[in-house]
Design a protein around this ligand. Structure first.
Ligand SMILES: C[S@@+](CC[C@H](N)C(=O)[O-])C[C@H]1O[C@@H](n2cnc3c(N)ncnc32)[C@H](O)[C@@H]1O
Length: 226
């Protein structure tokens, strides 16, 4: 991430107000459910949240009783101190992954981070992830896809759209499932109707999936050698 993007996030006190409410909150829940359902039933699971320093990317997964360790790596860490299970490291994710030699993780989360990296760096992140993933481990990625380009806000950052499938070849990761969400029209109608409750937002997201063609994609991945 360039200095411009870093400065953007350092000044972004209200990140959670924008991205941890309404449809985004429900989208995170959906992402958490998708990943949780794909993980082994045993306890003692280790989770790596790459770029989870503004807020924990998948709070429900952090609260999952099977998870014993939740490691966050981010250039900017603004999490409250003393969160149970959480160990946060202030670092560039590439440097962290290149140097990692600890025990494997059962889950890796990359939620809205590749869009800030140069494509070559994003590809390297994906190539390095299998090296720190257990054989039955799973990866959950969220990125704005190419359809988001029309209404992507750029701020001072270097955000770009990501079509993950094109980065996976040769990475050692294979796609299990892709889900597209966030149709602006569905969101606008729900906002007009004043939909706020999780159950109704969930219905809204289900409708988005049914209609297809959303601008934000969730990808569930596994190691392709196992
Ligand atoms: C859009 S935010 C996503 C935050 C969080 N994952 C979420 O669920 O909302 C992007 C995050 O990636 C971090 N980030 C971007 N590039 C990074 C890099 N090269 N190394 C570590 N963190 C990075 C930023 O500091 C920021 O916290």
């Amino acid at each position: 991430m360039g200095e411009g993007t870093k400065a953007y996030y350092e000044g972004f006190e209200d990140y959670g107000v924008l991205y941890d409410t309404g449809f985004w909150r429900q989208y995170r829940r959906e992402a958490g459910r998708l990943l949780a359902a794909a993980l082994p039933a045993r306890t003692g699971l280790r989770v790596l949240d790459l770029g989870g320093g503004a807020l924990l990317s998948l709070r429900e997964l952090h609260a999952d009783p099977r998870v014993s360790e939740y490691v966050v790596v981010d250039l900017v860490v603004k999490l409250p101190a003393g969160l149970p299970k959480v160990a946060a490291t202030q670092s560039d994710i590439l440097s962290y992954l290149r140097a990692y030699s600890g025990p494997p993780f059962d889950a890796v989360i990359i939620f809205g981070v590749l869009e800030y990296l140069k494509p070559a760096d994003a590809e390297e992140v994906l190539r390095l992830v299998p090296g720190c993933l257990s054989p039955e481990g799973r990866v959950l990625v969220h990125e704005p896809n190419a359809r988001a380009a029309a209404y992507m806000t750029r701020g001072q950052g270097e955000q770009r759209t990501v079509e993950l499938e094109s980065l996976l070849s040769g990475s050692g990761l294979a796609l299990i499932e892709r889900r597209d969400y966030h149709l602006p029209r569905v969101r606008a109608v729900c906002a007009k109707l004043g939909l706020r409750s999780p159950a109704l937002l969930r219905m809204g997201l289900a409708l988005e999936r049914l209609l297809g063609g959303g601008a934000d994609s969730l990808y569930l991945l596994k190691r392709d050698s196992v």
